[in-house]
Design a protein. Structure first.
Length: 310
C-alpha cells in the first residue's frame, strides 16, 4: 500500500511540476499560484461528486477546461499587460502571489457558500476525500491506473509536440528568444495564451485527482507549492524532461521520507512532512542550483571540450 501511495503521489506531483516548469520557461517567473490551481481542480471534483452526485473522474476533463480558462484570464488581465509595461521579474512574481491570494479568497467564499446551503445535507467542503468512491482494477485503486496512464500519455504527447509539431517548435523558439520568434513571424501572443491555458489545465487536471488519494482542503495548494517548486528546481527549472525526473524523485522522496522518519521518531512527525521538501529545496539551491538537467549539460559540455582538446 505504501508503494501504491508513493506512485500515485509522484504521478500527480510530476504533472504539477511539468506545468510549473513550463510557466518558468515561458514567463521566466515562478508562478506561486500554481498550487492553488490544483485546489480549484479538487473543488471541481468535489462539486460533481457531492453536489451533482456524479462520478468523481468526470472532474478531470472539466477541471482541465475550467482551470485552463482561469489561467488564460490571468494571462490576459495581469501577466500580458505587465510584460508590455516591461515589469520586472520581481513584480511579475509578486503578481502571481497576489493571484494566489485572490484565488484562495474565492475558494474560501465558495466553501462558505456550500457550507451554508448544503451543510444540512451532510456536505462538508472544508475537507474532503473520495477514496471510498474509487473503483478497483485487480485489487488496485483506480486512481493508480488512471494517474499513471495520464502521466505517461502526457509525457509522450509533450515529447511529440515539442519535437515533431510546428506548435512545439514555435514554443521552443519562444522560450529561447521571444523577440526573435516574433520577428520570424511567430504569433507569440497566441502561443503564450495557449501555453498558459495548458499550464492551468494540467494543474487543474492533477488537482481533480487529488481527492481520490488524499484529503483536500482550501490550504492544500499552500503546502503543494513547496514540493512543486523543489521538484522543478531539482529537475532543472528550464527543462521539461528534467521536471519529469525531478517531480517523480520529489514525490517518492517525500512519501518514503516521512514514513522513515515516522518509524524512527513517531507518527507525530507526519504533520511536518513539508520540512522534507523544504530541506531538499534548500540543499538544491546550495549544492545543485541548475538541477539535474544542468548537471547533465555540464557533463556533456566537458566531454565535448575534452574531445576537441585532443
Amino acid at each position: 500500500m505504501i508503494y501504491i501511495d508513493a506512485i500515485i503521489y509522484s504521478n500527480l506531483i510530476t504533472i504539477l511540476v511539468i506545468g510549473f516548469t513550463l510557466t518558468y520557461m515561458i514567463a521566466k517567473i515562478p508562478n506561486f499560484a500554481h498550487g492553488t490551481y490544483a485546489v480549484i481542480g479538487g473543488y471541481v471534483t468535489f462539486t460533481l461528486a457531492e453536489i451533482f452526485n456524479l462520478n468523481p473522474y468526470l472532474g478531470i476533463p472539466l477541471a482541465f477546461l475550467i482551470v485552463g480558462l482561469i489561467t488564460l484570464l490571468q494571462y490576459y488581465l495581469v501577466i500580458r499587460p505587465m510584460i508590455r509595461l516591461r515589469a520586472s521579474i520581481l513584480s511579475l512574481m509578486i503578481a502571481t502571489i497576489a493571484m494566489e491570494i485572490i484565488l484562495s479568497a474565492f475558494i474560501g467564499i465558495y466553501v462558505e457558500y456550500i457550507s451554508r446551503n448544503y451543510g444540512k445535507y451532510g456536505v462538508y467542503p472544508s475537507a474532503f476525500i473520495f477514496r471510498g468512491r474509487d473503483f478497483k482494477i485487480f485489487d488496485l485503486p483506480g486512481i493508480l491506473v488512471v494517474s499513471t496512464v495520464i502521466l505517461i500519455s502526457l509525457v509522450l504527447l509533450l515529447h511529440i509536440m515539442l519535437t515533431r509539431s510546428k506548435i512545439g517548435i514555435a514554443l521552443r523558439a519562444l522560450v529561447e528568444d521571444s523577440e526573435l520568434a516574433s520577428n520570424l513571424g511567430i504569433n507569440t501572443d497566441l502561443l503564450n495564451a495557449l501555453a498558459w491555458f495548458l499550464i492551468g489545465g494540467l494543474a487543474g487536471m492533477a488537482g481533480s485527482m487529488f481527492p481520490l488519494y488524499i484529503q483536500v482542503t482550501p490550504l492544500t495548494g499552500t503546502y503543494l507549492i513547496i514540493t512543486i517548486f523543489a521538484g522543478s528546481m531539482l529537475g532543472g527549472i528550464y527543462s521539461i524532461y528534467g521536471a519529469i525526473v525531478g517531480g517523480y524523485i520529489m514525490g517518492l522522496t517525500e512519501t518514503f521520507g516521512v514514513i522513515f522518519l515516522a518509524d524512527i521518531l513517531g507518527v507525530w512527525v507526519t504533520a511536518y512532512r513539508l520540512l522534507i521538501s523544504l530541506s531538499i529545496l534548500i540543499a538544491i539551491l546550495l549544492v545543485l542550483p541548475k538541477g539535474i538537467s544542468g548537471l547533465l549539460e555540464s557533463y556533456i559540455e566537458s566531454r565535448i571540450l575534452k574531445r576537441i582538446s585532443r
